[in-house]
Design a protein around this ligand. Structure first.
Ligand code: CO
Length: 330
């Protein structure tokens, strides 16, 4: 009865040439440097070096065994979302990568649990691809936290979330497409400050945009990276909701009333931060996630939970496993 890791990524070891299969434009390609190493390329630019833990089930399973992980949710790498392309193009990309995800997970169907990407810029197509993916073996979807300037309270996004609630599809929200500027192009700042801010904004959009008032509590929704900056700044948000209702008080209830409507993963590294999540959101709303196999992820997976001496064994079991089973509908 090992840990369930709800936040991992895959990249296939090969995929069709998207400029001929999908349409002209700048698409990611893979420069294979050896059997174990490759470089994701965007045009002539090196985007990210990856290894065979991105695509080889046997490598993943060995790492999982080493860390006591029984199951991984295997999600797309956000670079491939293609939300900036046309809906038709993004449908084709989603089908290609969703089918490749099934191949990667096929050697261990009880342990590698694929989540699909959807063409979120076209909500009808996103619903259709989510249904196709679920029917073909996916267990849920991973979505980016925004599409251009449209946040999670956009009408189309809400329609998609409603569809997921109606069809029992768990949704994992991952930050991506962080704003850039010369100030943020240093020190991986878009990952270190941009990603937590993006997720924070998305949770605020769900609350203030009235999404939680409209979609039913049956929606199973989780946010990456501990929900970003949200838990730490809930007090500021709550105070603003109470003090400036003329500007932000559009949700039916104060922000703190919606904390049981979503979960977050545990990849915050520091037990002090994990404690803030548990005390703010509740033990039932936190699940182990690692961001495996990327270097900003946690290894051994779930070690922040192991080091959390404020949690009793029942709480640790809930965070390592039971809450994820509920999220996955198992
Ligand atoms: Co991630």
């Amino acid at each position: 009865m090992g840990t369930i890791d709800v936040h991992t990524h895959f990249v296939p070891s090969a995929w069709p040439d998207l400029s001929t299969q999908v349409g002209p434009g700048l698409w990611p390609t893979l420069r294979v440097d050896s059997e174990r190493d490759a470089m994701i390329m965007l045009g002539e630019t090196e985007f990210r070096r990856i290894g065979d833990d991105c695509w080889d089930a046997s490598v993943r399973l060995a790492d999982m065994d080493a860390d006591g992980v029984e199951m991984q949710v295997v999600s797309p790498t956000p670079l491939f979302f293609s939300y900036d392309k046309s809906g038709d193009e993004a449908v084709k990309v989603a089908r290609i990568f969703n089918d490749l995800a099934l191949e990667i997970c096929a050697p261990a169907p009880e342990r590698l649990i694929p989540f699909a990407q959807v063409p979120l810029q076209d909500p009808d197509a996103a619903c259709a691809e989510a249904d196709r993916a679920l029917a073909s073996g996916h267990a849920g979807v991973e979505i980016g936290n925004h599409v251009g300037d449209r946040d999670l309270d956009d009408e189309g996004m809400v329609m998609f979330l409603q569809h997921c609630a109606d069809n029992d599809i768990p949704v994992f929200v991952h930050p991506w497409d962080m704003p850039g500027s010369p100030r943020l192009d240093r020190w991986m700042a878009r990952w270190l400050t941009g990603m937590p801010a993006e997720t924070h904004l998305s949770i605020i959009a769900m609350i203030l945009g009235g999404v939680f008032d409209r979609v039913p509590p049956t929606l199973r929704l989780a946010f990456a990276h501990g929900g970003g900056s949200f838990a730490f700044w809930l007090g500021r948000f709550e105070n603003a909701w109470l003090q400036r209702p003329d500007l932000i008080g559009v949700s039916e209830r104060p922000p703190s009333a919606y904390l049981d409507r979503f979960s977050v993963d545990s990849v915050v590294f520091d037990p002090v931060a994990l404690r803030a999540l548990v005390e703010t959101l509740g033990t039932s709303q936190v699940m182990v996630g690692s961001d495996y196999p990327y270097p900003l992820g946690e290894r051994p997976v779930g070690s922040v939970v192991d080091r959390a001496d404020f949690l009793d064994e029942a709480q640790k079991r809930a965070i390592r496993r039971d809450n994820a089973l509920r999220f996955l509908g198992r």
